[in-house]
Design a protein around this ligand. Structure first.
Ligand SMILES: Nc1ncnc2c1ncn2[C@@H]1O[C@H](COP(=O)(O)OP(=O)(O)OP(=O)(O)O)[C@@H](O)[C@H]1O
Ligand SMILES: [Mg+2]
Length: 216
């Protein structure tokens, strides 16, 4: 199964959520994970190299890839149906090969912020993805939500975005995200993240696995 972390908006938490999700899948759900970093900034890949040096137990492999490289990733994913293939995508949307990426990913996780620019960008992104593949499953994750800020447009934003896919409960803005590595998730984050990821597995990921084992 291919799970894509994407949004054309930069800095909304794509790489962070890709790492959190991958750690969770291995540690809490005992799944095999393979991560592909498609961002030319290689932030996830470098994070992985650093945590290698810390000699923590490796939870999964991280490979550098590119958008045209999706074809071979897709092929490999089909050969290993039980492995969760996680892709961290760059913010840029200017590559024609992206069509294949959106069409070939079973689940698209799209973090966003509740501010005007982020919401507009996220709306456009979801619109394009759905145009390219009307059956794509998009999961929208409100990220870095500040408890002290009153978001007056929250309800209308949620309503507008929910036409594209399901919204998760929000993730708050917390300093402990800085301590995240590809082999360690700070304990303090589990009360926020576990319910979101458990629901994702129960509603979208485990069903696919059952279906795959029945038909293979
Ligand atoms: N909920 C959060 N609370 C605090 N900091 C966060 C949270 N989510 C992400 N961050 C921080 O925000 C920064 C940007 O996150 P990240 O790199 O994951 O975004 P991105 O969407 O992958 O960015 P890019 O578009 O550049 O690839 C990082 O420093 C990360 O630690
Ligand atoms: Mg990133």
């Amino acid at each position: 199964m291919i799970i894509l972390f994407a949004n054309q908006k930069g800095g909304v938490g794509k790489s962070t959520l890709a790492v959190l999700f991958s750690n969770f899948a291995v540690q809490k759900r005992k799944r095999k994970v393979k991560v592909f970093d498609m961002d030319f900034q290689q932030s996830l890949y470098n994070k992985h190299l650093n945590s290698d040096q810390l000699e923590n137990e490796k939870l999964y492999e991280v490979e550098l890839s590119s958008i045209p490289g999706f074809k071979s990733i897709h092929k490999r994913a089909a050969q290993e149906p039980k492995t969760l293939t996680v892709i961290d995508l760059a913010g840029k949307m200017d590559d024609d090969n992206l069509v294949q990426v959106f069409k070939g990913s079973e689940l698209i996780i799209c973090p966003f912020f509740y501010d005007e620019y982020s919401v507009t960008s996220t709306f456009e992104f979801c619109y394009v993805v759905k145009k390219l593949n009307p059956s794509s499953r998009i999961i929208l994750v409100p990220n870095r939500v500040k408890s002290s800020v009153k978001y007056e447009t929250l309800e209308s934003v949620n309503q507008a975005l929910s036409q594209f896919g399901e919204l998760t409960t929000p993730i708050s803005d917390r300093i402990d995200f800085q301590r995240l590595t590809t082999s360690y998730t700070p304990e303090s984050l589990t009360p926020i993240l576990d319910p979101i990821f458990n629901k994702l597995f129960d509603d979208h990921i485990d069903q696919d696995l059952e279906w795959q084992t029945e038909t293979t």
